[in-house]
Design a protein. Structure first.
Length: 115
């Protein structure tokens, strides 16, 4: 049986790395996660373990899996999925529906001239 130990410092470093990769300041990122900036600072410094709810929110905002945050497994979402998730969270559903229908139309149009 494999022994899994949780390392708060490693989790904090991965969270900090995700935040910096997105170019966000700590206070802004904390607002995105619905937590206080001081709690985020404690997580990033390895002094606190985030709750499961906060881990899930970080994973969603960062485009990674909870496994990556906890264990460092390199199973982040692919680039297209990250782009789709970013767009989905940035625009109203009605606008996304229109954009998807337009994309589908162009894809069908493009494939209609294939032999």
């Amino acid at each position: 049986m494999t022994d899994f130990s949780i390392n708060p410092a490693a989790i904090g470093e991965r969270v900090r790395s995700l935040r910096k990769k997105q170019g966000k300041m700590q206070a802004y990122y904390a607002d995105m996660l619905y937590i206080s900036a001081s709690y985020l600072a404690l997580i990033e410094s390895g002094k606190r373990l985030p709750t499961v709810d906060v881990l899930a929110q970080i994973a969603r905002v960062g485009g990674v899996t909870i496994d990556y945050l906890v264990f460092g497994d390199k199973t982040s979402l692919d680039e297209e999925q990250e782009t789709f998730n970013r767009l989905r969270s940035s625009y109203p559903k009605e606008e996304l529906d229109k954009a998807l229908k337009l994309a589908e139309f162009y894809l069908k149009l493009n494939h209609s001239d294939l032999p």
